[in-house]
Design a protein around this ligand. Structure first.
Ligand SMILES: [Zn+2]
Length: 280
């Protein structure tokens, strides 16, 4: 059974900075101790948990009441020129999803592809074919986890909200990971109350209430230029309009996980949770 969250949860991207003896286990305990709800396993460079270890992580997360998500590897391009690179990308997605599932995780997100100067439409079709294959294989093996292509921050990267929502409509077990900071950076817009409202309205139109009840969100401050994302910033050192975004979350009564991706990790995750709690 796929996990469905009962409220909007807040968590860290990786192990909190103030974790003594940093490890996944100690990170989960620290997240609980801080009063946060979730932690994203950072498999961005490599999947640093093996099959034997995963059930232990699952046990600790259950005991500490911490929801886990995972971020797949950066070295993924489902639109690579070389066939082997596409196969390697599919395997990376499957491996991260499998280990995340064995850790009891709710969902697995990743950056799907680069356009490589090709038509977005044909790139979409390639990404869709690969994802269909990947999710089918995962399902056949019983690895029941939401697979979530993410809205990306650079214009050269595949991953507009429209593309990600369409994949979610067309492929079973695929749902969006919406990184609002990336959407802001890639469009140099999407940072006002009305725009956030439009974005969530679009999610609702395409995926229904189900979409709003099953969100995996990334949020941080962000530095950007003409090509989009440059680097993440702490929220209060950026122009990210988190206050209006949180209000819109509240109005749409969304459920799911918000992962704070600021460099200060737990500081902004806690800040977001606190600010969200204050909204009437
Ligand atoms: Zn990401």
């Amino acid at each position: 059974m796929m996990i469905k969250p009962s409220k909007l949860n807040f968590g860290t991207s990786g192990i909190p900075l103030r974790t003594e003896n940093p490890s996944t286990e100690n990170g989960i305990k620290k997240v609980h101790e801080l009063g946060l709800d979730a932690m994203e396993l950072e498999f961005v460079r490599n999947v640093n948990i093996n099959e034997d270890k995963a059930p232990e992580i699952k046990k600790i997360a259950e005991k500490e009441n911490v929801i886990l998500t995972c971020h797949g590897q950066y070295y993924i391009n489902l639109n690579a020129e070389e066939r082997e690179k596409i196969e390697a990308s599919k395997n990376r997605i499957m491996h991260a999803a499998k280990i995340a599932y064995l850790c009891g995780a709710y969902s697995m997100c990743f950056h799907a592809a680069y356009y490589m100067k090709q038509e977005p439409k044909s790139v979409y079709e390639k990404v869709k074919d690969s994802l269909k294959e990947v999710t089918k294989k995962l399902k056949d093996k019983g690895y029941d986890i939401w697979v979530r292509p993410e809205t990306t921050g650079k214009r050269a990267q595949f991953g507009t909200l429209e593309e990600i929502l369409k994949l979610s409509q067309e492929i079973e077990n695929v749902m969006p990971c919406i990184d609002f900071s990336h959407l802001h950076a890639r469009t140099q817009a999407n940072n006002t109350y009305d725009e956030f409202n439009d974005l969530l309205r679009l999610v609702e139109n395409k995926l229904g209430r189900e979409g709003l009840n099953n969100m995996h969100i990334h949020l941080s401050g962000i530095n950007y230029g003409d090509k989009g994302e440059k680097n993440h910033l702490n929220l209060r050192e950026s122009d990210m309009n988190y206050a209006d975004l949180l209000s819109v979350f509240k109005e749409f009564k969304i459920k799911g996980i918000v992962i704070g991706e600021s460099p200060n990790v737990e500081v902004d995750a806690l800040f977001l949770k606190k600010e969200f709690g204050k909204i009437e």
